[in-house]
Every structure is written in structure tokens, then in C-alpha cells.
Write a protein of this length. Sequence first.
Length: 249
Amino acid sequence: MNDSTRKQRVLTVTGPERTKFMQGLVSNDVNRANGALVYAAMLTPQGKYLADFFLHDTGEELLVDVAEDLADALAQRLGMYKLRAEVAIADAGLQVARGSGDAPPGALTDPRHAALGWRAYGAQAGDDGTDWDAIRVAHVIPESGIELVPNETYILEAGFERMNGVDFKKGCYVGQEVTARMKHKTELKKGLVQVEIDGAAPVGTPITAGGKPAGTLYTQSAGRAIAYLRFDRAHGDLRAGDARLVWHG
């Protein structure tokens, strides 16, 4: 699956405690979702990625723009944490449109990177034909179901700080302790990077360095690719299947 074929679903969180409820669960500051898009993730208590999504507070409800294949599990997870909070979780019945050109009225800027353009919510889905995979590779923007793997990925290794997807001052949320420890007490030894690629290989192909495991190859475009690398091993003769890689790290 590539980025251009992905489908989104929009959930809605309503009720007077919607901001407080979500603030205690997700990686970013939900207070900034009033009038803008906020990019965030839901994590396991062990700090591993479960889902990423965009949040937008309309003033009456909080919209949650999430990949279709993650939506049911996310809604179930939110319901598990609901307890006595005065919130309700449902499908919003909205479609997602996006583009990188001129934004229509009511569109919101994608907060991950300026090159990713805008997103809008309404009765019809839409896409202006942008080569999203090329943009993602150029700026190392991971996508759920490809580079972002539920119950495996750590969001700092995936670049969430660079993509404005995590706030280290907002206070506690699920998985916060592990994320904060990775930020302040350790040096990242693995992560997503851009590599040059000569040839091609399927997404998920193991990368080797001198015959030893060194990472995994993901999205490819125009002679470059996103790769998850072990930084201490990713040197010398890098290969993914029949493809040769070069990392300038």
C-alpha cells in the first residue's frame, strides 16, 4: 500500500470533558487543536506506537482523523479509558480531502511539514494528485502501516519530535515516562533516515551491512528511500535484497 491509496476515517469525541480526556492519553498538547490541526499518537503504557492521527477542535467536538485500518482499534482503546469521563466517541461521518496546492476555504495546515500541504473535512473525500510518497521520502515522514508499526515503533525513533507530534511539557499521558526517558536520558541508537538506493526492493526488506542485520527498508521514490537503521551498524556495504544503499549519517 502506498500513501496515495490510504483511506482515512474521522472519529468524533464530544462532551464537556473532551479536551481533558484526550490530554491525558495522547502525545501532544490537545489545547492547541482549537482552530488548528494537532498531530499526535496513542501509545501503549510501554511507550510503543498504537496509532497516529490529527486532532481538530471545532468548538463543539474534537475530530480525530486516523487511518481507516486503525480507526476501530483506536475507538475501542479510547472507550476503554473513558470510565466516568463526560465524553462520547463515535464516527463523525466526515470525509478527508488533502492537497499540496492552493488550500480551499476551511482547510487546515498539516503540522508535520510544510510540504504536506493541507487537510479539510466535509462531505467528500479528495486528493489533488500530489505524489505523497515522494514528499514523505524527501522529508522522512513515516506512514502508519508502513514505517509506523503498532506495538513495535517508538515515536522518537520515527521522528515525531521533528514532525511536531510530541510535547514534552504537557504533562502525563499514556507512555509518557518511556518517551521522556528516551528524550532526556538516552541517545537514540536506531531510527528512520533517508538513504540513497540503487535498485529496488519490497517494503519490509531487511537491510544488511557487510552481511550483518542493520535495519529495514521502507518507502522508495526517485532513487531515495526511508530506512530504519541501527546507527552503529549502518556503514560500509549496505544492501536490501538486490538493492544497494548509501546512508550519509
